[in-house]
Design a protein around this ligand. Sequence first.
Ligand SMILES: Cc1cc2nc3c(=O)[nH]c(=O)nc-3n(C[C@H](O)[C@H](O)[C@H](O)COP(=O)(O)O)c2cc1C
Length: 180
Amino acid sequence: MKFVFLSGSFHSSSCSLAILKCVEGFFDAHEVETLVLDDLPFYSEDLNVEKPDEIKRFLAKMESADGVLCCSPEYNHSIPAVLKNAIDWASRPAFNSALKDMPVSIITQANSPVGGARAQAHLKLVFDSTLSKVHICHEMMITQVSTIFDQDMNVTSEKVLDRLARHVADFIAFTSLARS
Ligand SMILES: Cc1cc2nc3c(=O)[nH]c(=O)nc-3n(C[C@H](O)[C@H](O)[C@H](O)COP(=O)(O)O)c2cc1C
């Protein structure tokens, strides 16, 4: 199967990107790709008529995916704009977009003791509106995220690695069932 990864941040020391890089290893023989979202223009009805090339490329990748894994920080108790914008692009035409019936799993992370729980709840609400199949699972939130990495942004916390491996295995099974 083919999975695309959507990150909620793209700066050089992004915890979200580092976690996605880590979980790539748990997808075994499946194809995975982290999509670039920070070059997508803001959604506009005008651009949706004459779609720019980067939007066409993004939508083609979304359409060819069997499943979507998001990893995101929480911004002001909600979803970072870069990720929400990508979901908005992928959500058209309404109720019949690339996201319809798409298996979607969510990981949030923060330094706070709640691990981006509000962003996670908001992402579920947003994906519900697109008729995606949101992964039913133990919610995957990572608290005190800055403590889980070594200096090269490799995840070294055994506890978090175990939880991530279990989460990914469960999501692959969920996607396989949804696609069968
Ligand atoms: C604009 C902004 C708003 C933030 N708001 C929250 C918040 O509401 N709750 C929270 O736990 N952390 C908040 N943070 C902290 C980030 O979620 C946290 O540092 C996260 O680990 C950054 O992830 P990243 O490295 O993938 O960008 C905020 C950070 C920024 C830049």
